[in-house]
Design a protein around this ligand. Structure first.
Ligand SMILES: [Zn+2]
Length: 383
């Protein structure tokens, strides 16, 4: 079966000096609008609330606030307008996440953040992509580099929007397109996955996927971080060090990204049903021992990749309620062992005497529980 999907293609762009200025200006505008609307909303909320009226964060209210902001700050009229409207749409989404999904309250954006961006919505002819250049209305042309596969996709697909991003000193255009994918063949196999810290992933069939070795990258990143903290901000030497620092952060991110793509593609190809636990990242961060390792592996990214690829390729992705004690339950008889701590790697069930490897047992439980919770298959799957 062929399916229509939205996909972001990340292209490296090569802006010249004056284009860099234009892009930076628009990123600055996006940040300025975000921060001002966020502050404005809070003050207006208090004012309205004082008079007994609720002021909801929604597109209409933010649009009105943007108009007010533009009247006070004429320079905003020179910027790209669809990207300015995009800011309050993103802000609105952040508020929805805060109210409905329990995410944190939207935060102010800092100029010093190495990631900056703005998004342009396709509107008539405002975005055009040729073989070598992207033309953005009001901003001009910029050269890009990408694979022949992506070039072909850009030619044949519908373009929805373009996000311009500065990440660790480099510029990218993420082109969101609508394209089609062919569903993958069914294999009739299911798998439970326990994401972790010691191993990146442990599968219910006993397979262990080790974590990436990022020691060298981390060492270099730390080295340049220390050096940066001793140098004068934005001096010549500081900028030289910053380049090296970015080179290593990029190298690390690419390594992680590639590994995640490989692993998710492998799982989607091999299995029809993939079960995982909801990640309790906040809880994990409370544990000081886990925190630095966790930052290294950004498990959310991997989880999301598996999730969207399953959807694209016609496979089933199931998340198990995280309150289910997958580590402490014996997958053979269901006995709950309260004595399992973070340090327990192996244990024997006192009831049925089964010998357990901590993470493999957890992965098996995740698979079984997902089947129960979702009532997908009536009988237990034998692994
Ligand atoms: Zn047992």
């Amino acid at each position: 079966m062929v399916k229509e999907i939205n996909k972001g293609l990340k292209l490296k762009i090569l802006p010249n000096g004056s284009m860099v200025e234009v892009l930076e200006q628009n990123m600055g505008n996006a940040r300025f609008i975000w921060n001002n609307l966020l502050g404005m909303y809070f003050n207006l909320y208090l004012l309205f609330n004082f008079h007994g009226y609720p002021l909801y964060p929604n597109i209409r209210n933010f649009n009105a606030m943007l108009k007010m902001l533009k009247q006070e700050n004429a320079f905003l009229y020179e910027g790209e307008s669809t990207s300015q409207q995009q800011v309050f749409r993103d802000l609105n989404k952040a508020f929805t996440k805060f109210f409905k999904e329990g995410a944190g309250y939207p935060r102010f954006k800092s100029k010093k953040n190495p990631k900056q961006s703005f998004r342009i919505q396709k509107n008539g002819n405002n975005i055009r992509i040729t073989n070598r250049r992207i033309r953005l209305a009001k901003l001009g042309y910029v050269h890009y580099r990408t694979s022949t596969e992506y070039k072909k996709l850009l030619k044949t697909s519908k373009i929805n929007n373009v996000t311009i991003k500065r990440e660790n000193g480099k510029y990218y255009a993420i082109v969101n397109i609508t394209t089609t994918v062919e569903e993958l063949e069914k294999t009739g196999k299911s798998i439970g996955i326990d994401l972790g810290l010691k191993n990146l992933a442990t599968l219910s069939n006993g397979q262990e996927i080790t974590n990436l070795d990022l020691k060298r990258e981390d060492k270099m990143i730390q080295k340049y971080q220390k050096k940066l903290s001793r140098q004068k901000y934005m001096s010549k030497n500081y900028q030289k060090t910053l380049k090296k620092y970015y080179k290593w952060t990029n190298r690390k991110n690419n390594k992680i990204q590639n590994a995640y793509h490989q692993l998710s593609k492998y799982l989607i190809t091999q299995y029809d049903i993939i079960a995982m636990e909801n990640l309790n990242i906040k809880g994990m961060f409370k544990n000081k021992k886990w925190a630095p390792k966790l930052q290294k592996i950004s498990l959310y990214k991997l989880l999301n990749m598996i999730k969207y690829k399953a959807e694209w390729y016609g496979k089933t992705f199931i998340q198990v309620n995280r309150f289910y004690p997958s580590t402490k339950t014996c997958n053979t008889c269901g006995y709950k062992n309260k004595n399992i701590t973070l340090k327990t790697r192996q244990w024997t069930c006192p009831i049925c005497k089964t010998k357990h490897h901590r993470d493999i047992n957890a992965a098996k439980n995740i698979l079984n529980e997902s089947i129960k919770q979702n009532n997908l298959i009536k009988k237990r799957i034998k692994i």
